[in-house]
Design a protein around this ligand. Structure first.
Ligand code: ADP
Length: 347
């Protein structure tokens, strides 16, 4: 990543001595050759020595136990002329080499930090779009993406711990939001990618009313926040379902809450037809105009919804699961307002 280019990269062995340091350490007055071989503690500011000593001991213990170590922390480093800089250090243990790989970022200059955060922010939006367009390959690379994103999340959390200006805090909060969104998109994408691959799956007898009850419990807090009552009018019927069907109910009820006004209700009910069962999820919220009624079941199709968070994948997942059960799903207008999502599956 381009924003890493001004970062100093170095390696430290298990005795704490430098085995490598990038040439740009020169901007702090040191020549790489005078650093290599020295103990890293010589470069740590007095105020941080104790913490760093403990941190290093802890790292060695963790490596002994798990052969794994990764951490991001902030510290203070002394420059050649005796000044100090605030640094953010990302440390990975490279188990194949038995050594630590570290990336040090100078965060002394806050003005500079704003620019870097902005650039990072732009990159994250780009990343979000790339992920959206390349959903198919995601199944394979998702693990790597999630790892990267979780370390980015750590990074932002650490920066938020600083006493930074409201302007930077604002950028950090937006970044955090964006990171959350990326994590959700990646997770939902993996789910969908997996669902696209299978053609049929095992079904077991499930009590529909109980299934709905479980989902309602899990959404209780969300509903409470908007003072929405969820009414379960589903009959005690047994239907052949794969346990993944719970995602259908979850997504539909979650949307019903999301797109409802405060102090309203959501009703879920069922109807038995000839060899089929229908599930109705009714809300009294913002409703869906006719021109969106089909589109919303496609990936990433979202009506403009100021302030409402989502990935635009929920209904695509619902549709796929319902189809795998040999059923169909569609949406109609509710009376006097809102929407009714109808799921029809064979019994
Ligand atoms: P999202 O993560 O955006 O909620 P979904 O795939 O679950 O993604 O839904 C796609 C779009 O369908 C939403 O962005 C919203 O515009 C619309 N939508 C879904 N459920 C409802 C509902 N109950 N009421 C109004 N609009 C809805």
């Amino acid at each position: 990543m381009e924003y890493l280019s001004d970062e100093v990269i170095f390696m430290v062995d298990k005795s704490g001595r430098f085995t490598y340091i990038s040439k740009n350490v020169e901007k702090y007055g040191y020549k790489p050759e005078e650093v290599i071989g020295k103990h890293f503690m010589e470069f740590i500011h007095e105020s941080e020595k104790e913490t760093m000593k403990n941190r290093f001991e802890k790292a060695l213990e963790l490596i002994k136990e798990y052969n794994y170590y990764e951490e991001i922390y902030k510290t203070r480093v002394i420059t050649k002329n005796g000044n100090s800089i605030n640094a953010l250090v990302h440390v990975y243990y490279l188990k194949d080499f038995g050594t630590f790989l570290c990336i040090l970022k100078d965060i002394t200059d806050k003005e500079n930090l704003i620019d870097k955060l902005r650039a990072l922010n732009r990159k994250m939006f780009l990343l979000k779009n790339i992920i959206r367009r390349n959903i198919v390959a995601l199944d394979i690379i998702s693990h790597d993406i999630l790892n990267q994103i979780f370390s980015l999340k750590n990074y932002v959390e650490i920066l938020k711990g600083y006493n930074l200006s409201p302007e930077i805090m604002n950028v950090l909060n937006r970044m955090e939001d964006c990171i959350e969104r990326i994590i959700e998109i990646v997770r939902d994408s993996i789910k969908l990618a997996k669902l696209q691959k299978i053609s049929d799956f095992k079904k077991i007898d499930m009590n529909l009313r109980k299934l709905v009850e479980t989902v309602i419990k899990s959404l209780e807090n969300k509903a409470k926040k908007k003072n929405i009552e969820i009414i379960n009018n589903v009959n005690e019927i047994v239907v052949k379902l794969n346990p993944i069907f719970i995602n259908v109910i979850e997504n539909l009820l979650d949307n019903a809450i999301k797109y409802s006004y405060e102090n309203s209700k959501v009703i879920i009910e069922s109807k038995e037809l000839d060899g089929k069962v229908r599930i109705y999820v009714k809300d009294f919220g913002i409703g869906i105009p006719d021109e969106y009624k089909e589109k919303i079941f496609k990936r990433f199709e979202r009506k403009s919804k100021e302030g409402i968070k989502g990935t635009g994948l929920g209904l695509a997942i619902v549709k796929r699961i319902v189809e795998l059960h040999g059923g169909r799903v569609w949406v109609e207008d509710n009376k006097p307002r809102g929407s009714v999502f109808i799921v029809e599956i064979p019994r």
